[in-house]
Design a protein around this ligand. Sequence first.
Ligand SMILES: *Cc1c(COP(=O)(O)O)cnc(C)c1O
Length: 381
Amino acid sequence: MRFDTKAIHGGDQKPDPQTGAVNVPVYLTSTYAQSSPGVTKGYDYSRTANPTRAVLERTIADLEGGVGGLAFSSGLGAFGTFLWSLKSGSRILAGDDLYGGTVRLLEHARRTWGLAPQYVDLRSPEQLERALSESAARVVYFETPTNPLLTVLDIAEISRRAHAAGATVVVDNTFATPYLQRPLELGADVVLHSTTKYLGGHSDIVGGALVFRDQETYEQLKWLQNAAGAVPSPLDCFLVLRGIHTLGARMRAHQAGATAIAQALTNQPQVKRVIYPGLASHPQHEVARRQMSGFGGMVSMELNGGTEEAQKFLSRLKYFYLGESLGGVESLVEAPALMTHQSIPKEDRERRGITDSLLRLSVGIEDPQDLVDDVLGALRG
Ligand SMILES: *Cc1c(COP(=O)(O)O)cnc(C)c1O
């Protein structure tokens, strides 16, 4: 099966045997009647397993090419459950451009149970090698493309080095989705998703997922999924699965809009820099071409000027709603320095390239020309 077919028929999705319903039923039940004590039809309590969730989990695993998948109540619920699997004192080498909530939880884990996160510029093989050689790392954790600077990290190269040092590689694949990038095929061990974003795709649910390359880690995390209990509702599972059915079609549309906008913004006098992995000017364009089958729907841009210019631009946009989050059918824009990354001290932000006039666009699936007109109109005022 090719990707678009798998999204609809993978994970053993098939019409309901009792009624022929083409969609998986939403099993809104917490418990299951047993014919005698301990004799079940495979389900006993919905924290442990639920039939709607099971189909979603198999489908995500299929799309990522893993042995099994687990769904969670949010991306951070998935990450938190993964952290529970680590022993106190475990060293985690993490990318230095991560979702803010991920860093918040890593730092909490440092303070309360002695996990040892260290942030590394994973663009540099030398920095990774140095960090790996200092003392044994249990995990290498990163996103690619990163948020909000859309830095692309070489999954195969990082995995090779991490594995040689005995570390497990976990990749947050939220921005790329399995349609554009499959980290397990490139050597990673675990994939994390915020299904809130592109997999759900309609800004109507919050959810997360983990997918595994080996059975043992899958079983361990499945045990923890039940033990910690950060599971999604059956209705949310249904909505993510419905989103997945159109993932390929939506990603193609997101990408058409993002490409048109990235090109239109290039060489505008009000724009200092456009960041899109699909542009030849992107510093890791070659890595992106190698490991992704497309460049996605996120575009970042820096305006000439500061907060004032950014605010003016934002207030003039018609179709791009000002808001956090991403990956929905509607276009969104945000100012990281004022919104998602406000908690990082200004000095650190600027050093990383997150200036006051940096804006992150999540390009929706509206007509690309309308979006280009909107952005150029807002620039010209
Ligand atoms: C949103 C996001 C998360 C967190 O997911 P939630 O569903 O909001 O808990 C993690 N990683 C990335 C890259 C994200 O964009």
